[in-house]
Design a protein around this ligand. Structure first.
Ligand code: C5P
Length: 234
């Protein structure tokens, strides 16, 4: 099967004219690829987590690229024309926003803050506004506003399910692609692209563990625990 692209954590194969296979690798990376390791079985955990969350979004009427699973680490997805933009929604302040702006760790955003970033590791994924996105022919303002609406609907669904796991959703990142005149949620929804914490203890269960240098087994067991809890509620 023809490999049409490969990123840091997934390979993309052409299945037929309208479908691709996304194979989740065991790599974990941080700092725009500056740090990389292999965690055996992480690809399976992320593929399974993504599948459950995409199915949940579909059940809630949010269109995604998800079609089904080919095997435990390989997703069948609609072939989209991906927009190289990361769309981040933040409910609580942490990560890059507290470095960039005079905002303190843990501040609550009500309403949530949505940000767009260019997918460009060499430039460390710079922040984009509507003007940049129009000039770079990434999306027009109407599409950007439509995407903000979808991201808010995804937030409502994810916040609720994460709450049922007795966790709090700090933030998450989505990527979108075009299919005809439609904009669909693509890529993945995993702990690599989402921050979740235990409310009482502030215990972290996401890729921040890796970013902060915790042992790889610790990272893996957090991903396993999250998927285990998720399987019990969806
Ligand atoms: O680093 P930052 O605070 O901007 O990240 C916001 C959210 O987007 C986090 O959940 C993080 O995991 C995710 N993210 C991502 N891929 C990136 C940058 C951030 O999935 N390249």
């Amino acid at each position: 099967m023809e490999k049409i692209s490969e990123g840091k954590t997934k390979e993309v194969f052409l299945l037929d004219n309208d479908h691709v296979l996304l194979r989740f690798k065991d790599y974990v990376t941080a700092g725009d690829g500056a740090k990389a390791d292999i965690i055996d079985g992480k690809g399976v955990l992320n593929a399974q987590t993504s599948a459950l969350l995409f199915r949940l979004l579909e059940r809630e009427g949010i269109e995604t690229h998800y079609v089904g699973m080919k095997d435990e680490r390989t997703m069948i997805a609609k072939r989209l024309n991906m927009i190289p933009v990361e769309v981040v929604l933040r409910n609580y302040a942490t990560g890059s926003i507290v470095k960039r702006l005079p905002i303190k760790e843990g501040e609550i955003f009500d309403p949530p803050i949505v940000e767009f970033f260019l997918k460009d590791d060499a430039r460390h994924d710079p922040l984009l506004n509507y003007h940049h996105m129009r000039y770079l022919k990434l999306m027009n303002e109407e599409e950007a506003r439509y995407i903000e609406g979808i991201v808010q609907r995804v937030n409502a669904v994810l916040t609720k399910v994460v709450e049922r796991l007795n966790l709090v959703l700090y933030d998450f990142k989505l990527e979108f692609g075009r299919l005809g005149n439609k904009l669909l949620v693509g890529d993945e929804i995993t702990l690599d692209a989402m921050r979740v914490r235990e409310p009482q203890t502030q215990r972290i269960l996401d890729k921040d563990l890796y970013r902060r240098g915790y042992p790889l087994e610790h990272v893996k067991s957090a991903y396993e625990e999250f998927l285990g809890r998720l399987r019990n509620v969806v």
